[in-house]
Design a protein around this ligand. Structure first.
Ligand SMILES: Nc1nc2c(ncn2[C@@H]2O[C@H](COP(=O)(O)OP(=O)(O)OP(=O)(O)O)[C@@H](O)[C@H]2O)c(=O)[nH]1
Ligand SMILES: [Zn+2]
Length: 375
């Protein structure tokens, strides 16, 4: 562990650095040593456990291993109204049982759920930060039992404080003009920090007047829609039409945020798409995987705007959460404007679900009027 007296351990950096290492280990399917005061436990991503790891963990666990699951997954397993994470005891750690409880569609609870400890919930937060399934195997250990192992150690307070620290560490690391088709006067400004595992990008279209309300869109990354024109969502249309609209209407700022799959990551989004192909709606599919309606935070996006000198915005969105987050961060939302994609046979259920279940301000008649004639 880095301490402030070491050569490279600057005090302000250590929290971010330690948790970044822990995330990287966790994503690689290696156990991380979590510390809560004098208590220690190994935490391992449930989806990445393999036979050898499980054998070794089981030997250390002496019957005290358990699986931590999110409230959404517990609800899906049959614990109605569950709002807290919980744990299942694993007297022996068994890969098949772990898979049943974390991922299988038809699984139902067949054992009591105990409340999760602070250590357990930190393991779950680590899974979320790592963009793997929100499910962790946790094995309490003593320092002696793991002495000599090369393990990354993280304090649970550091894990829990990581999101806020990452949002507060936002800073501009590069900017350059990037002329776009239809919007030749455009600048890309790259920020490090925020949310997700990569950088955030502000796309400044034209020369927006920062003394008046600036048209702004917070756009969450969608590889399938933005890049490949997937018919399953409205993202690609929203992205390109917003940039075009800004270019033709005095400029604006689009924030391209590293929040693929509503913050669940691309692998979990594909798992959710698979479930959707079997009939599940977008939110129910996420719940099967253990995710609540939306994992995204938008406070850091407001910080990006502030760093760019924006104080008042015209919010281009249908999502009231985005508007609320901008206001909560102390920026003025002078007005908001809907951003309609194009409906088709593949995305109309998704768009209706966003309106009906997440309160998005989508006027279905106005939307349907935009359907291509072939639809
Ligand atoms: N988990 C999950 N994510 C999805 C699905 N379809 C699209 N997404 C993601 O949802 C997000 C949509 O982002 P946005 O278009 O910025 O946000 P929005 O909440 O729809 O709000 P507005 O478009 O601003 O009205 C992107 O991160 C997509 O990758 C899905 O079925 N499941
Ligand atoms: Zn999309």
């Amino acid at each position: 562990m880095l301490e402030s007296r070491t050569l490279f351990g600057r005090p302000g950096e250590t929290l971010l650095v330690k948790v970044e290492r822990a995330i990287s280990e966790f994503r690689a399917g290696r156990p991380v040593l979590l510390r809560a005061g004098a208590q220690l436990a190994l935490a391992l991503s449930a989806e990445l456990a393999d036979a050898e790891l499980v054998r070794n963990l089981d030997a250390l666990a002496a019957g005290n291993g358990h699986l931590v699951l999110s409230p959404a997954r517990l609800r899906r397993l049959g614990a109605k109204g569950r709002t807290e994470a919980g744990i299942f005891a694993l007297p022996t750690i068994d890969l098949e049982r772990v898979a049943d409880l974390t991922l299988k569609l038809e699984s139902r609870m067949d054992a009591p759920v105990a409340p999760a400890s602070a250590l357990d919930t930190a393991a779950l937060e680590l899974a979320r930060l790592s963009l793997v399934l929100p499910a962790a195997l946790v094995v309490p250990v003593t320092a002696e039992a793991v002495a000599g192992e090369s393990l990354v150690e993280a304090d649970i307070e550091a894990v829990n404080a990581y999101r806020a620290a990452q949002a507060a560490s936002l800073r501009i690391v590069g900017r350059a003009p990037v002329p776009l088709e239809g919007a030749p006067e455009t600048e890309f400004v790259v920020f490090r920090g925020g949310e997700g595992l990569r950088d955030q990008v502000a796309i400044i279209v034209g020369k927006p007047d920062l003394d008046t309300a600036v048209p702004v869109r917070l756009h969450s990354a969608c590889l399938t829609g933005d890049l490949f024109g997937s018919l399953k969502c409205d993202c690609g249309d929203q992205l390109r039409e917003t940039v075009q609209w800004m270019a033709e209407n005095g400029g604006g700022i689009l924030l391209y945020l590293d929040q693929e799959g509503r913050g669940n990551g691309i692998s979990n989004k594909m798992r959710a798409y698979k479930l959707q192909s079997q009939g599940w709606d977008t939110y129910d599919a996420d719940e099967v995987l253990g995710f609540d309606l939306d994992q995204r935070h938008f406070d850091f996006a407001a910080t990006m705007l502030k760093q760019l000198g924006v104080t008042s915005v015209v919010a281009l969105t249908n999502n009231p959460q985005k508007i609320g987050a901008i206001e909560a961060a102390g920026l003025e939302v002078a007005a908001s404007q809907r951003v309609l994609g194009r409906p088709n046979a593949h995305n109309v259920r998704y768009l209706a679900s966003k309106r009906d279940r997440a309160g998005h301000l989508i006027d279905m008649d106005a939307l349907m009027a935009r359907a291509a004639p072939k639809d």
